[in-house]
Design a protein around this ligand. Structure first.
Ligand code: LLP
Length: 429
């Protein structure tokens, strides 16, 4: 059995999360239940912050809140000094509500509506544009004090093709040949402060593709600097730092990553005469994924002539990553941690589709109805991608901290699911 990673602990075969018993939590809040460790989020943030600032004094971390936009999670990162990467007006409003001031929010949208641009301008956040058309529509509304442009550095990477956000097939960013024009347009309109941005993809455990993209990206920055006469206040290298989901995967060595990225960054900014801009990074997953487990109860153990199913109450409505990307999430029997993993199960949810599996061919202890499973590393793109499909409520979320716990999101109720619907149509003409 793998040793459990902090904040998870095995006490007499029972799972504890930062000192709180999983069984106690489900007795109080029911399942499916997301359990988030405050301490783990802080540790992740501090580890990254320290690794980066050892190499460079002008670092800013922008938390990609799409990974987990719970207000309590945002407040933790706000108190650590983070900034926010937001991708929708809803995310901007949520970040503001959680206490981030507008000057700590960078908006990076794609396919952005004009009314959304107006909202962003009124909010006072910094906008990172994704296309020439978006830029021109923005300039009709206002001349922003600071503007950033997302560049496609031609190299993408990620754990699944859906999560590769640069390169030839990608809809994101502006290509090198169009980048100079975008900055010239903005400069001509009167914009005075600039940033430049890339984000190549998500779930990267290896520094190499990142460094290749960075090299290209910085050469685009040089081109813009030389041809459009732009100086950069910040250079944003995006997020994408991965975490190990499989027991045999090694964690990303963040100090190594920081050393490599910053030595290239410092060398090239010097060589290209780009001054000393701030370096922005935008991690989502790295800060929150391993700070959360999803607890789900076994409803049924079902044996067919071909397969053995452990049917639980969390499906792809609750955690979509396995169904959507084929992602692996390690699963523990939270009330049988000392039992040998001697059976092979498909762990299936309650959704009426055969693809509703959290795991396939998974070795687990012999399971019975009422057992409790813990799906690990569920803090990033877990709740935030959940849905009410099959008219099932989204899960509740609790925070744990050194033996204490508190509800941070109520379980959705049937009234919530029905809200806004009418039983009779009021026809209009
Ligand atoms: N910055 C930008 C502009 C992004 O689009 C993203 C993620 C991030 C930062 C943060 O990436 P991270 O550090 O979390 O890898 N739903 C997928 C991940 C999609 C990520 C989309 N963009 C998953 O569950 O794996």
């Amino acid at each position: 059995m793998n040793p459990l990673k902090d904040p998870l602990e095995n006490r007499n075969g029972q799972l504890f999360i930062d000192g709180v018993s999983a069984q106690t939590l489900v007795a109080k809040f029911d399942t499916p239940l997301y359990v988030i460790s405050e301490r783990r989020i802080r540790n992740n943030y501090q580890r990254l912050q320290q690794a980066l600032s050892r190499n460079y004094g002008k670092i800013k971390i922008f938390y990609a809140m799409k990974a987990n936009s719970n207000l309590a999670v945002l407040k933790i990162l706000e108190s650590e000094g983070a900034n926010v990467d937001a991708v929708s007006p809803g995310e901007v409003a949520t970040a503001l509500k959680s206490g981030f001031s507008a000057d700590r929010i960078l908006f990076t949208g794609t396919s952005v509506r004009t009314d959304e641009l107006k909202f962003l301008v009124d909010s006072g956040v910094t906008i990172n544009v994704d296309s020439q058309s978006q830029l021109e529509r923005l300039l009709k509304i206002t001349v922003p004090k600071t503007l950033s442009v997302r560049v496609n550095p031609e190299v993408g990477a990620g754990h699944h093709e859906h999560c590769i956000t640069a390169g030839k097939q990608s809809k994101f960013g502006i290509w090198e040949q169009d980048a100079v024009k975008a900055y010239e347009t903005a400069k001509k309109a009167g914009v005075q402060h600039f940033g430049i941005h890339m984000h190549i993809g998500s779930g990267i455990l290896d520094a190499e593709p990142f460094l290749m993209a960075l090299e290209k990206f910085l050469s685009v920055a040089k081109l813009v600097h030389d041809q459009a006469g732009v100086d950069f206040d910040f250079i944003d290298v995006g997020g994408g730092l991965g975490i190990p989901y499989k027991p045999e995967e090694k964690p990303l060595d963040v100090q190594y990553f920081s050393d490599k990225v910053l030595s290239l960054f410092k060398a090239k900014t010097r060589e290209y005469g780009l001054g000393e801009p701030f370096l922005h990074v935008e991690p989502g997953r790295y800060l929150v994924a391993d700070a959360c487990v999803l607890l789900t109860a076994v409803n049924t153990v079902k044996v067919t002539p071909f397969r053995k199913f452990a049917c639980v109450d969390a499906g792809f409505n609750t955690l979509v990553r396995p169904a959507m990307y084929g992602s692996y999430h390690h699963i523990l029997a939270a009330n049988k941690l000392n039992a040998p993993a001697e059976e092979t199960y498909d762990v299936a949810g309650p959704i009426c589709e055969s693809g509703d599996l959290l795991a396939k061919d998974r070795k687990l202890p012999k399971l019975e109805e009422g057992d409790l499973l813990a799906v690990l590393n569920a803090g990033a793109y877990g709740f935030s991608m959940s849905s009410p499909y099959n008219t099932r409520s989204r899960a509740a979320e609790v925070m744990v901290k050194e033996g204490k716990f508190g509800l941070v999101r109520e379980r959705e109720r049937l009234e919530d699911l029905l809200r806004g619907q009418t039983e009779t149509v009021e026809w209009m003409q």
